[in-house]
Ligand binder design. Structure first.
Ligand SMILES: NC(=O)c1ccc[n+]([C@@H]2O[C@H](COP(=O)([O-])OP(=O)(O)OC[C@H]3O[C@@H](n4cnc5c(N)ncnc54)[C@H](O)[C@@H]3O)[C@@H](O)[C@H]2O)c1
Length: 257
């Protein structure tokens, strides 16, 4: 018996990092998983990994800002399984810069993937959830949604908006037994943590400040597997009276100063 037996889940950005960890864990808990990912190779690799472990998954290569294609994928998942129980809005991009040197183009790109596609993906699956009076929408925000590293304004603006929009959706969809929650990871070691080719979670400065001096009280960088369990919980029957909430999964980073 898995925590997500008989569930059908769609995970965006499922080809690597946190999305891959969520997809693998969902499948291991019994869910059928639709892997929505712009990189067809990584999507297929995760699909094969899930199948090799005895799980069920389909790869759906798409750019989540292509809404015609996104609508088609939702229709395909419904044709495949007849239902969508869980949407995990995970895919995002980070383009670094400050208000002094960044561009409007970069702002628009990040708002499109990190925020607008969360709205559109949720809008596309919500009617199917409403019809069955059941659903879970889980969006991946970030601690950058309420605290800033000073070099990622548009990314942070999108993440902050996800936290606010999670509450709006929770209120609007609550009458239909659809729970909408968000997760804010702190530092996670994924391909996204590479900045200019350097893994920001392994630099001497990071080790000194966050690990040795305990700015991260748990004294280590998070791994995707440290966050994916929380996203399993939010989809599971252990979560049944909680909506509109943000769960911070950051090793304690935001609890100290
Ligand atoms: N890595 C961190 O330290 C960290 C911290 C806080 C929050 N987060 C959040 O966690 C989530 C996952 O991040 P990650 O670190 O695994 O990132 P990642 O870059 O390793 O993986 C993101 C995945 O999303 C896919 N993707 C990006 N744009 C897409 C698009 N338009 N259409 C379809 N797929 C697309 C990418 O191809 C990639 O497979 C993101 O929402 C990110 O903002 C990450």
């Amino acid at each position: 018996m898995g925590l997500l037996d008989q569930q059908v889940a769609m995970v965006t950005g499922a080809g690597q990092g946190l999305g891959r960890a969520v997809a693998l864990e969902y499948a291991a808990e019994g869910a059928s998983v639709a892997l929505l990912e712009r990189n067809p190779e990584t999507a297929e690799a995760v699909r094969q990994e899930i199948e090799a472990a005895g799980g069920e998954a389909r790869a759906y290569p798409l750019d989540i800002t292509d809404y015609d294609r996104y609508a088609q994928v939702v229709a395909d998942v419904i044709a495949w399984k007849g239902q969508i129980d869980v949407l995990v809005n995970n895919a995002a991009i980070a383009l670094y810069g400050t208000i002094l040197n960044d561009t409007l183009e970069n702002w628009r790109k990040q708002i499109a993937v990190n925020l607008e596609a969360v709205y559109m993906g949720s809008k596309l699956v919500a009617p199917h959830m409403v019809a069955r009076r059941y659903g879970r929408i889980i969006s991946v925000a970030s601690i950058q949604g309420f605290a800033s590293s000073g070099d990622a304004g548009p990314y942070n603006a999108a993440k902050g908006a996800i936290i606010a929009y999670t509450k709006s959706m929770a209120v609007e969809l609550g009458p239909y037994n659809i729970m909408v929650n968000a997760v804010a990871p702190g530092f996670m070691r994924t391909p996204m943590s590479f900045v200019d080719g350097v893994d920001e979670t392994t630099t001497p400065d990071f080790e000194e400040w966050y690990v040795r001096r305990g700015k991260v009280p748990l004294r280590r960088t998070g791994l995707p597997e440290d966050v994916s369990g929380t996203i399993v919980f939010l989809a599971s029957s252990y979560c049944r009276y909680m909506t509109g909430q943000l769960l911070v999964v950051d090793g304690g980073l935001m609890s100290t100063f």
